[in-house]
Write a protein that binds this ligand. Sequence first.
Ligand code: ADP
Length: 422
Amino acid sequence: MSLLLGAVADDFTGATDLCNTLVRRGMRTVQLIDVPPPGTPVPQADAVVIALKSRTVPAPDAIRMSLKALAWLREAAARQFLFKYCSTFDSTPEGNIGPVAEAMLDTLDGDFTIFCPAFPENARTIFKGYLFVGDVLLSESGMRDHPLTPMRDPSLVRVLQAQSKGKVGLVQHAAVGRGPAAIREAFAILRRDGCRHAIVDAVADDDLAAIGEACADLPLITGGSGIALGLPENFRRAGLLGAGGGADTLPPVAGPAAVLSGSCSVATRAQVAHMSERAPVFTIDPLGHDVAAAALAWAADRLGPAPILISATAPPEQVAAIQEKLGRDEAGARVEHIMADVARGLAERGVRRLVVAGGETAGAVVQALGVTGLRIGRQIDPGVPWTTSLDEKPIALALKSGNFGAPDFFMRAFTVLDEVTR
Ligand code: ADP
């Protein structure tokens, strides 16, 4: 069956989050890392999400990158398009959410789209156009002081209007709560009023399901990963998507297993402590010489079906001491470099099942392994699915943001993998 949904995501972990939501709702989903070169075959999937790094680049660059991704997805014959951004609407008065959405809408000859970053499961809700993070307004949340995209106005209508040419309207919860027909009616009224964009209220998953249904015929939808909750059902209703069993199945991957941890977040520290009592561990010294080579020599006669752990994870005072010596950026870059070399070396030595902890670390590892795309499988813990690379001989990867996962995550991940690839 052909591609149903083509999505453009403005960052890597956000893309994975979206993929995870789609898979859980029964769509076979592939995440592509950047736009593939022309002629690359379209992966067998119901949804393809192209992960860009366009959230905080200048707006003209974000538009160019996003339109290139959109062109690839159109060429791949996707039936509907989605622009995914952060559930806290991370942007500045210059963009990039408004300008990118408008450029995509122009390209698709669309006259109207919605903006709905709500994700109630993660405590992002929208009421009367105001975005809440947990129990407080966006402007009172930690996003107020974000280094790149400080969000100081909680009104999404105002925030979006400041960065858009088209007129922005609002679909209030009073309409959303009455279901898809009432939402479509609200869209029609806004269109008659000359609105090109609609912020849509949503405070619960049921709202997102109703909004999704109301958007079945829009060429472009924009939102956070929550907006994907309601979309698979549209394709199912149209007879284009099966019941959804097995969307998280991955090809079998056999080979030695390893965990690479470059995150110093609290959850990761607990996971490293847990695994250290149950498996061989090599600790990376960021100040050492030929550290990657030493780690690989240590790993050589320990590689097998049971995972080993190679970790740079350290408590805050140790990280502070290293940063004092090297500077924060240099310390981070050095550890990422070591992890990239270790990942490449492990792959050369046959490792095919890999858990990586740390967002930046995961980015470095994926790049080092030359991975261009990931098929998304079952989640191990909320927000962290197993994936397999799109290579002919796939490698299984679980890429974990620092603060995700229970303490037994590392060891349990491999049990989950055995179940899904059996
Ligand atoms: P998280 O998802 O927890 O934020 P990241 O991988 O994104 O993890 O970021 C962690 C950063 O800390 C990376 O740049 C990594 O290289 C760096 N780092 C890891 N271990 C150490 C250490 N022992 N000393 C200094 N920096 C470290």
